[in-house]
Design a protein around this ligand. Sequence first.
Ligand code: ATP
Length: 556
Amino acid sequence: MFLAGLGWAAILSAFVNILQLTVPLYMLQVHDRVLNSQSIDTLVMLSIAAAGALALYGTLEFIRTQSFQVIGGRLLRQLNLPVLEASIRASVKDGSAKAAQGLRDLMDLRTFMTSPAMAAPLEALWSPIFLVTLFFLHPIYGIVGFLAVIVIIAGNVATDLLTRNLLKEANKAQVDSVALVAADLRHAEAIEAMGMLPALSRRWRAAQLHAVALAEAGNSRAKAVSTITRTLRFGIQVLVLAIGAVLVINRAASPGAMIAASILMGRLLLPFDSVIDNWRSWVNASAGWRRLRDLLEENATARETMTKSSTEGDLVVDRVVYAVPGQDLPILKGVSFSVSPGEVLGIVGPSAAGKSTLARLLVGIVRATAGGVYLDGHNVFLWERSSFGAVVGYLPQQISLLEGTIRDNIARMGESDPRAVIEAARTADVHEMIGRLPLGYDTPIGDGKLTLSGGQRQRIGLARALYGRPRLIVLDEPNASLDAAGETALMRAIRAAKADGAIVVLIAHRPSIMEIADKLLVLEGGRVAQFGPRTDVVAALTPGRGRAAAEAGAGR
Ligand SMILES: Nc1ncnc2c1ncn2[C@@H]1O[C@H](COP(=O)(O)OP(=O)(O)OP(=O)(O)O)[C@@H](O)[C@H]1O
């Protein structure tokens, strides 16, 4: 599709280039015909023809500019959703600051596609038109033009050899320094409170200065070559005039041809010069394009397209091994268990045992390296995402409320059904608290807006997890910021979900809420140390092995 668009722009460029011959040809005719014949009629005819050709040139040039806009717009429309999806998957793996680069790259690429840098190679493609015209004016002009093109192309090659690696490095350093600052800025409060700014600003400064130094070095080299080639281009134009003068003196060519040849030579070499001038944009655009391609390839996930909006069966975790891509040591080492609808599973274990990782696998955010997680017999990772979202509620350890109103957040940013929003808020016991906010359910939250307390966020996060009465509810430390009243409300919500036939998976450090669990799973070092009915696991844990885990989570 882009190739078709580019092909269209290239064809337009051919006509634009031909029409650019209007002025030199007009000059040639005025000099050679009008001045010789002294005919005003000829001048008028020539001027009318030139005006028509220039009007056509302007129109085609405008259409060509528009076609670049269309190509850039199409690129954006076609890629923004895949890039957004890939960025979200990448941020699960690599953190959000780096993943956001994908969207920046896409915007930069669109800007590049609509910039004059894009037109230069297409114009250079049609340079033979000018070359042939020069040959027609006089073979010597043609030969000089041909040699001049070779010299300028050599300038292009030299620029590439001298600057490509440097500019690529500069671009990467720039991207890394932006990602570094973006990642640190998320922790602004800690930075401000603990006086980390001077140390961090040294780090940021060092990263940015490194990027700037590389860019300056690359630019200086590119500018040096471009100054040489530009000087050569002017020199060649002077040379053409000198040759023209000799040809005129020897009556081998007309004065009009001499001036036309000089203008044509400038037109012939201009696109090649422009490629050198815009070299940095080209290198940056190709680096951005490569990053986008890698982002899309590395995060391409074939998922089912068929929607399944209901589920009745068990949650089965079958010999799941999970290792972070690129790391040898797995975090989860063969975890198996199952939970039935209407059951609450409590997962406990010491820090870094792999509980949150297991939660991510249960809700299909990451793919098991071996084995699989199945809900109602279907692999949760492969499940079509929007229909999976409708049957799942997830409260991550770090509650991430999004920019929008409370109502948007509870309704998961979609078209909200007010009754379902209020039902979820009531179940999470947050309805009255929302009623006391400045605009109730319509209160905006997010950057620079209302700041909610940790407990409020957790309870709104819980309401979001419960919205639409999902069949599988995974709560990762849902009571971490809750007071006693909040914890009681949480227990009530879990009981209601259980009575509704949902599968509830509850990860917690504080033992108090584990009373509600039907089954307990003790995770230690990525393995299942204990799994079974809560009473059996607690009994097995109390005297011997796994005591640490019991104390960390389940011990009562
Ligand atoms: N994306 C990742 N890349 C590398 N290592 C990771 C990643 N995610 C988790 N880990 C590692 O896996 C281990 C388990 O982490 P996880 O967050 O699952 O533990 P946890 O049991 O939930 O701990 P806690 O109770 O402290 O929240 C940790 O050692 C952690 O460093």
